[in-house]
Design a protein around this ligand. Structure first.
Ligand code: PMP
Length: 450
């Protein structure tokens, strides 16, 4: 029964698993953009298991690829060669520009970022790593240091060793907010028309980054800087145009590598490009990816140049499951489906329509402070006051979020104060789904204000 499921969770699973719903949801099945609860009620999934279900729940072609592989070979050690990992390595690296041609497969985003930190430190001989405040890069003891958001950090000594958190160039909540421009297919309330590099707020943030090199880094040297192309967990924060490219140049000029964390923004999600970094007009030295890469299967990867990858030859580096035959078969089928079903184009098309509908809703409700994003990576920031941009108080926020659930639409939630609705559905959704989700959000807001 429902009560038994809740009791088992409480008694036998660790307490880090929290549900903020007053009436927690029990999910029994999924198909494409739909999820079904224990009583068979259907929900439109706007969160995709945290941006992970990229092509659709139980997509028949992924199911088929996995079933075929399961009946042939589940696992063998990487000491032997299995053809699937080679086929997949060729397919995946073909998606990258420049010399990003070497891939190491792992099982989660945290592992991928762990490995990127290791590679950067070994390759450059430097120790310090820069990340943005409000970033999320993982929860392993190594990557927890990168994750610059107090909610996500245990009080452990030493997690900040060799890590410097820099000012987040956040055009909406940042201290130089208000006018910074962001790269978006539709003009949103707080965007402007600056060309890359000419944005006043963007320049202020860049100058602040320069100060970090001057004051915080020994000899001004750095091993790497990590950046999400759009901050995900942090609340769909888009950076000023041109900022990341300039940051990458600065990092390289000071002996470091630039790491793009594409765990949320990769695989066509932003619509305009296959990788989020391409929207910022630079090529990173290392790219980490997880989530959407496997449509829910535990699969992740680090892609870099052969020169940087050579660092992994300095020790016997081993990962039991990384790139196993099942994961490789799933990864290949995800790439096939994104191409065959033109999901990147769909992301752009439906995402742009979605943003426009949300902007219409924003005109009706003062508490929608900001609508932002690209493709199917969208954030809706709810505020108490449009002028001060003070976050909407938690009880109202939770009420709206749960009412949407009760009306059949599952949104995500994020941002430092949990006041940003996150919309990152499977990329197979259509315009009618977008319209339905926005209508439901409108009803939930009206209900809360009533
Ligand atoms: N990087 C980003 C941008 C993420 O959003 C996440 C997960 N939320 C991670 C890394 C860590 O991935 P995982 O949970 O698979 O370890």
């Amino acid at each position: 029964s429902y009560e038994q499921i809740l009791a088992t969770r409480k008694n036998h699973l660790t307490p880090n698993l929290v549900s903020h719903f007053k009436k927690p949801l029990v999910i029994h099945a999924g198909h494409m953009q739909w999820l079904y609860d224990h009583e068979g009620r259907r929900y439109l999934d706007m969160f995709g298991g945290i941006v992970t279900v990229s092509v659709g729940h139980c997509h028949p072609k992924v199911n088929q690829a996995l079933t075929d592989q399961i009946s042939r070979l589940w696992h063998t050690t990487n000491i032997y060669m299995h053809p699937k990992i080679h086929e997949y390595a060729e397919r995946l690296t073909a998606k990258f520009p420049g010399n990003l041609k070497a891939v190491c497969f792992v099982n989660s985003g945290s592992e991928a970022n762990d490995m990127a930190m290791l590679m950067a430190r070994l390759h450059t001989g430097n120790q310090d790593i820069l990340t943005f405040r409000n970033a999320y890069h993982g929860m392993s003891p190594y990557t927890m240091g990168l994750t610059a958001h107090s909610t996500w950090r245990y009080p452990l000594p030493g997690i900040n060793n060799g890590i410097v958190h820099v000012m987040n160039p956040d055009p909406y909540q940042g201290i130089w907010g208000g006018a910074a421009c962001r790269d978006s297919p539709v003009q949103t309330t707080h965007s402007c028309n600056c060309t890359p590099g000419s944005c006043e707020a963007g320049n202020a943030y860049y100058n602040e980054l320069e100060q970090t090199f001057k004051y915080s880094l020994p000899r001004g040297k750095v091993a790497a800087m990590f950046a999400e192309s759009i901050q995900g967990v942090g609340g769909t924060v888009q950076y000023p145009k041109g900022y990341l490219k300039r940051a990458a140049d600065l990092v390289r000029a000071n002996g470091g590598l630039f790491v793009a964390d594409e765990v949320q923004t990769g695989f066509g999600r932003t619509g305009d490009h296959f990788w989020g970094f391409e929207g910022h007009d630079y090529t990173p030295d290392i790219v980490t990816m997880a989530k959407g890469i496997g449509n829910g299967f535990p699969l992740a990867a680090v892609v870099t140049t052969p020169e940087i990858a050579a660092t992994l030859g300095l020790a016997l580096h081993f990962n039991t499951y990384g790139g196993n035959p099942m994961a490789s078969a799933v990864g290949i089928s995800v790439l096939d489906i994104i191409e065959e079903e033109q999901l990147q184009r769909n992301s752009l098309e439906v995402g742009t329509y979605f943003l426009k509908c949300l902007e219409e809703l924003q005109k009706r409700y003062e508490l929608i402070g900001d609508v932002r994003g690209k493709g199917l990576m969208i954030g809706v920031e709810l505020v108490n006051d449009r002028e001060t941009r003070a976050p909407l108080a938690a009880p109202h926020m939770l009420d709206i979020w749960e009412t949407c659930k009760d009306l059949g639409v599952l949104f995500g939630r994020g941002g430092l104060h949990g006041n940003v609705l996150r919309i990152k559905p499977p990329m197979c959704i259509n315009r009618a789904d977008a319209k339905f989700a926005v209508d439901v959000l409108g009803c939930a807001i009206a209900n809360t204000l009533a």
